[in-house]
Design a protein around this ligand. Structure first.
Ligand SMILES: NC(=O)c1ccc[n+]([C@@H]2O[C@H](COP(=O)([O-])OP(=O)(O)OC[C@H]3O[C@@H](n4cnc5c(N)ncnc54)[C@H](O)[C@@H]3O)[C@@H](O)[C@H]2O)c1
Length: 399
């Protein structure tokens, strides 16, 4: 248990990092934390973040918040308790290892690493004793509408889950200079997280996917596709359909449907720019009771947004604030990050196999080890993707 205000840093202050930085500035003004350092490899991004910090205001003058071009310098020169990592995906593993390897708690943006091989190398280099230091920034874990659905499912309101359908559609292409490890690992991984959350984070038994490039689209991140449909099936036969797309010009679209033996849940119908997020519970199957009765309907406000906020801000601003609060509570109480590292490598495993399937005409991958057991570690995940034909990553080590 820590009583002093936690000393926080953030490394990577681009589009997503600024969302976290604004929340950190607010927490610093509220006396919850001491924001001591910001960092970025790309000097123009760091300068812009410093200027924004000056506008938002913190108890320290913006000029007293130290600025760093590498996570090593930040970790070596600042006595940090915790740090947010929102650098490019290709840098997540090495940045997180640099910080967590020195005992600093880390909230790292999704995905955990650039590949399963890199995630496995990261987990091995970090060592089991340090795994609890890391939390993966899957903000849906802290979204109020998703939490309502989670309560209904846990309370048995829809019976046994049979199928689910998850949608994420961006309204704009990826920004200029954005680095992506593929449409599935970059964006549909949110849907993988969401679907797995309703299966207690058990890995699916099989994964397959198809990808397409629909007109009219500027593929600035070189992903080679702007629509992906992935299917995950669990050992009990239940199925999830994931639909990721970068081409919904009319607005950010995000929602899911859960269909069970006794009811269904609908979260987040499309509401353009912007309306309330809905969560609806229906029960009754006509078996001695009326079919399809709306039992509960909740609405959650989106967050008013400004043109300089990213597209996903209105829908998830409250969840981003919630995940940071959750992270800090866990740091103060000495509890492991949630979602933790295991969910980091599991979601990456599903994403990488789905991406590979989509590039191989929908080939089905089974997530089963040679002895018939499910993968239990990032090292097992690496074995599976190597069997599927992926090459190993260069080993990571603490610098
Ligand atoms: N959880 C979410 O909802 C969510 C949303 C968006 C992004 N993300 C994740 O956050 C991470 C950062 O994404 P982002 O949207 O902030 O990306 P971004 O491109 O805005 O910034 C990421 C990094 O790239 C650097 N960068 C930008 N332009 C550069 C250039 N020309 N040369 C070199 N470096 C450059 C930035 O300085 C920054 O460190 C990614 O891993 C992404 O997956 C998560």
């Amino acid at each position: 248990m820590t009583n002093h205000p936690l000393r926080l840093g953030i490394f990577g202050v681009g589009r997503m990092g600024l969302v976290h930085l604004e929340n950190l500035a607010r927490l610093a003004r509220d006396g919850e934390i001491d924001l001591v350092a910001i960092g970025d490899r790309f000097q123009p991004t760091l300068a812009e973040a410093g200027a924004r910090l000056g506008q938002w205001g913190t108890p320290r003058a913006a000029s007293e918040v130290l600025q760093f071009a590498t996570p090593e310098a930040m970790a070596d020169q600042c006595p940090l308790d915790a740090c947010v990592v929102a650098s490019r995906t290709e840098d997540h593993a090495r940045d997180t290892l640099c910080l967590a390897g020195r005992g600093i708690r880390v909230l790292v943006e999704k995905p955990l690493a650039g590949s399963v091989a890199e995630a496995a190398s990261f987990c091995a280099a970090l060592g089991d004793a340090c795994h609890d230091l890391v939390q993966i920034a899957f903000q849906r874990h802290y979204d109020n509408a998703a939490l309502a659905a989670m309560r209904w499912v846990a309370g048995g309101r829809i019976g046994a889950l049979q199928q689910s359908h998850h949608v994420l559609q961006d309204k704009n292409p990826t920004p200029a200079n954005y680095q992506s490890s593929g449409i599935t690992a970059d964006m549909a991984i949110h849907l993988i997280f969401e679907a797995m959350a309703f299966h207690n984070f058990e890995l699916p038994l099989s994964v397959q996917a198809l990808r397409f490039m629909a007109p009219h689209y500027q593929d600035r991140a070189g992903e080679g596709a702007n629509v992906v449909h992935a299917f995950c099936q669990w050992a009990d036969g239940s199925l999830a359909h994931l639909w990721g797309s970068r081409i919904n010009n009319t607005g950010y679209d995000n929602g899911f449907k859960l269909i069970g033996t006794a009811g269904r849940i609908d979260v987040g119908e499309f509401v353009g720019d912007f309306g309330p997020v809905t969560a609806r519970l229906w029960t009754g199957t006509g078996d001695g009771e009326p079919r399809g009765v709306l039992r509960e309907a909740l609405t959650f406000d989106m967050t008013p947004t400004t043109p300089d906020q990213p597209d996903f801000h209105a829908r998830y601003a409250a969840a981003y604030a919630g995940e940071l609060d959750g992270f800090l509570r866990r740091v103060r109480d000495g509890r492991p990050g949630e979602p933790g590292l295991d969910i980091g490598w599991k979601t990456m495993l599903v994403a990488e196999l789905a991406e590979r399937s989509s590039r191989e005409g929908g080939r089905q991958f089974r997530l089963v080890m040679a002895d018939g057991s499910p993968p239990r570690s990032a090292a097992d995940a690496l074995t599976l993707v190597q069997d599927a034909g992926s090459s190993p990553a260069a080993p990571l080590s603490l610098r």
